[in-house]
Every structure is written in C-alpha cells, then in structure tokens.
Ligand binder design. Structure first.
Ligand code: NAD
Length: 479
C-alpha cells in the first residue's frame, strides 16, 4: 500500500485553533494546491477552466499542440457555451498554464487529474492506451507525492491496475481517487457548477476529502463562476457527495450512462411500434413519464444516441460484464436497437420518396447533439452518408460542427453556409440535431415537399402550414 502523500496531508491539516468554516478550509486549500489536468478535451478543459475560476493554479497538459496553442490564446479548443470566457479568465489571471510538457507541469503539482480519451477498441472494450501513456509520463516526472484523480471513464477494475502500475514506475507516494465525470457536452459549464452529485472512490479518506472539497467549492462559488462564464444558474440544491470504493465509483459512471442509453432505446422501440400503429410516442411518453417512478427525461424518440460517451460506455459495460462472465443482454439489445435507428430513418425516407437515387436531401444538424461541435458517432453524419451511398445528392448544414464533420462525411456531401441555403433546392429535409435555431428557419423558402424530423423537434403544424409533409419518429401529425 503506498504511503500517504505528506505534502497534501500537511496542506489539509487544520491551522492552530482549527478551521472556522468550510469556506476557510477551501480557501486555504486553493492557495496551497497546484493541479495538473492531463488531457485538454471536453472534460479536461472544462475541469481546468473551473479550477482556475476558483483561483487554483492549474496546468493543462495535452499532447495535441493545436489544443495547447488555442488555450494559450485564451480560447477553448472546441465550441462549448461559456467555456471561452472561463479559459480567457484563467489565462488573463495567470492561473491557467496550457502546455504540452510533462516536465513543466508535473513537478509542481500535488494533484493530477487525468481526463484523457478512452475510445473503444474494435471489440467494444475501452482502449486504455492514453490512460497508461499519460500515467507513465506522470510517473516519470513526479517529484513528490501525488493525488491522482481519474476523471476518464474507465472499466471497473482499472483503478487497481493503475495503482499497481504506478508502484512499478515510481517510488513516490501515490493516492488514487476515482472521480467520474457527469457533465454533458453542450451544457458542460452549467452541469459542472451545479452538478447533481460528486462521486469519489478511493482507499484514502483524506484524499477523497480533499477532492470532494475542491469540487464542492466549485458548486459553492457557482454565482461567481457563472458570472465569469456569462451563464445562468438555476440555484439547484448543493450536490450530494457519494464516498465509495474505487470499484463502485468506476461502475457508477458507466451504469448511469447505460441506464440513460437504455431509456432512449426503449423509447425508440416504442416509437417503431407507434409508427406501425396509430399511436404517437410523445403522447405515450408524456403520460408514462409523468409517473414519478419513471420520469419523463430521456424518453424522447429520435435517430438514437451518439457522441463520445453513450455508445462506448454501453459497449464498455457489456465488455466488462463479459470479462467477468456476467450476461448483459439487456444492454446488447439497447445498443443494437440504437445502431438500427439511422438506417430505419433512411428506410422510412425511401418509403416516402420512392427512390432515393438522385433525390436532393438536406440534412440539418451534424453534431451528435445541440450545443456542441462534437461529431463523434454522430447519427446525423451516419444518415447523411447512408443517403449519399444510396445515390442521393446530400447538402448539409450545422451551426458549429462543419470543421469536425469534414473527416467523417462521405465525399460529395456539400456543406452549406446556412440552413436556408441547404434546404433551398431540396426534395426533402431531415432534421438530425436538436439545434433550437432549426425551429426558426423559414420553411416556406424550399422546394422540398417533405420534412423528416428525426429529432421530433419541430411543431408539425408549422411545417404543414409551410406546405410540406411532416414525418417524425413515432409521431402522428398535429394539425
Ligand atoms: P477528448 O477526446 O475530447 O479529449 C481527450 C484529450 O486527451 C485529447 O485532447 C488528447 O489529445 C488528450 N490526450 C491523449 N493522450 C494524452 C496524453 N498521454 N497526455 C496528454 N493528453 C493526452 O475526450 P473527452 O470527451 O474530454 O473525454 C475524456 C474522458 O472523459 C473519456 O474517458 C470520456 O469517456 C469521459 N467523459 C466524457 C464526457 C463528455 O461529455 N465528453 C463526459 C463524461 C466523461
């Protein structure tokens, strides 16, 4: 068992006379702590920026020089509402130090937060190579005791393996805390300042206390941080802190995402049945979701989930179950159902349009969800590519994600400068991301005769008033 980090124990010791308040304790911790956040993606940048808003000196280390340069310019490396303001605040006040150098960023740190990517392998298991290469660089450069906080989503059992690996790589004291992240892209800042919960798993009570205190501090000072970010707060209750084992914390994260994915796939399977009958899935889910035991959230039918988390976390849970000889058929079914949604929508378009070949189809929305430029596992891109492969002429528009989408879109798909331009000469329109601005498009200015609302976003009567036929996923027309 590694010994406890003495530097950290010293900084969390109460002053003579004791702490007078949680605020004072947090304030002292802020001045003493230097944090290095490894990985400047969605989670890492948001975490680093929030720490600097607390006045904590924070190194943001990434191997991607382009991201480091963008941060040094005072901008987030991707679109996330409110984050540019926080990054600029951190840079302007010299709290945020973006770097690609472990030599520069690790020796000063007493806390290292790992937020590198954990993509999936071909067999669905998480690819942990970035986690381990970052760990090696941290171990090579550690000059003293570290609290290592795992924010990346890793399979249950990874924390124990990391503790053992670090002991092979370094003789410095090392305390592991699993602190899974629950932010959502598109609302990352507000989610992080008003989280429902703080989950910390670890063996060492002091380390867990220090990490909980820092994340609680973000929420206690939400008004100031929201002011810097220029974001609204809802004055939600303080987060509940859950203190548990490493394994429980690891499993909490994937279980939460898997359950949400399950709800979406469940709604989509009911939507398919609604499409074959005369039911409307939104009416059904409004009534079903009013039951407090069930809840309405995540029961919206549509083109299925995408992004960097749900698809891989579901597959990661299936893979963990398999590795432990546990059947997880329920999640396999949810994953298969989700994979079927883009082609389900293309098949329904074909039913409506006759042939897809030579049809001009406008796709509105390429980001996997509104509020982000992230296109990882984007169902909108999948639909666009399926249509292109079927011989349609596809034009597409997204308010934020053109740069990111380029690499994943099939050749020949035209990216247009506005939604209005994309729909102008189309035969059909597909809404594939729930960007609110798609509600305000002038749908009278199109040659299209059909709008397929793959997000069930729009008011069908508005579309019909504009002279188009409306189709949704599991929805009936409301006239
Ligand atoms: P991301 O791909 O946006 O960012 C990961 C970053 O890590 C990249 O910038 C990459 O260059 C960097 N990186 C890789 N190897 C590195 C190394 N050795 N040293 C330094 N930097 C390195 O990923 P993300 O979306 O921020 O997700 C990070 C983790 O958090 C994942 O495990 C993910 O599942 C989890 N998570 C993500 C979200 C989300 O909404 N994006 C929410 C909760 C949890």
């Amino acid at each position: 068992m590694p010994s406890q980090p003495s530097r950290l124990s010293a900084s969390s010791d109460p002053p003579a006379g004791g702490w007078t308040s949680a605020d004072e304790q947090a304030g002292v911790a802020r001045r003493l702590v230097v944090v290095t956040v490894v990985g400047s993606g969605y989670v890492g940048t948001t975490t680093a920026a929030l720490l600097t808003a607390l006045g904590i000196k924070t190194y943001a280390v990434d191997i991607d020089e382009a991201k480091v340069d963008k941060l040094k310019d005072g901008k987030a490396p991707f679109y996330e509402v409110g984050l540019d303001n926080l990054v600029a605040y951190g840079i302007d006040n010299n709290y945020l130090v973006p770097t690609s150098s472990y030599e520069e960023s690790i020796p000063h740190a007493s806390i290292v937060i790992s937020a590198v990517g954990t993509p999936e392998n071909a067999d669905g298991s998480p690819d942990l190579r970035y986690v381990y290469s970052a760990l090696e660089s941290i171990a090579q450069n550690a000059t003293g005791p570290l609290i290592y906080v795992q924010k990346s989503t890793v399979p249950v059992g990874t924390g124990r393996a990391i503790i053992a690996k670090y002991a092979e790589l370094s003789d410095k004291p090392f305390s592991y805390v699993s602190a899974p992240e629950f932010l959502r892209e598109g609302t990352a800042v507000v989610d992080s300042i008003e989280p429902d919960r703080i989950v910390v798993g670890g063996d060492d009570a002091d380390s867990k206390h220090i990490i909980t205190t820092i994340f609680r501090d973000i929420s206690s000072r939400r008004a100031e941080i929201a002011d810097i970010a220029d974001q609204p707060i809802q004055n939600l209750p303080e987060p509940i802190a859950f203190n548990m084992s490493i394994e429980s914390a690891e499993l909490t994260k994937v279980t939460a995402n898997a359950f949400l994915a399950l709800k979406i796939s469940f709604a989509n399977s009911i939507a398919k049945l609604a499409d074959s009958t005369n039911a409307d899935v939104a009416e059904v889910m409004d009534a079903v979701g009013s039951d407090k035991r069930i809840g309405r959230a995540f029961l919206n039918a549509g083109r299925g989930y995408g992004g960097g988390c749900f698809p891989k976390d579901v597959k990661g849970l299936i893979s963990s179950a398999k590795a432990n000889n546990v059947a997880m058929d329920i999640m396999t079914a949810a994953s298969n159902l989700n994979d079927s949604m883009p082609s389900y929508i293309v098949d329904r378009l074909k039913d409506e349009l006759g042939e897809l070949e030579t049809k001009k189809i406008a796709i509105l929305g390429l980001a996997f969800k509104a509020g982000t430029s992230d296109v990882r596992k984007s169902p909108g891109i999948k639909i666009a590519n399926l249509l292109q492969q079927a011989g349609s002429k596809v034009s597409a528009y997204d308010p934020q994600a053109h740069n990111e989408a380029l690499a994943d879109l099939d050749e020949g798909i035209a990216l247009l400068d506005s939604a209005q331009l994309a729909i102008k000469n189309a035969d059909a329109i597909v809404v594939a991301t729930e960007w609110p601005e798609f509600k305000d498009i002038d749908y009278s200015q199109t040659t299209a005769k059909l709008l397929f609302d793959a997000m069930n976003l729009l008011d069908s009567s508005m579309i019909v008033r504009n002279g188009l036929e409306y189709r949704g996923v599991g929805r009936r027309l409301k006239l």
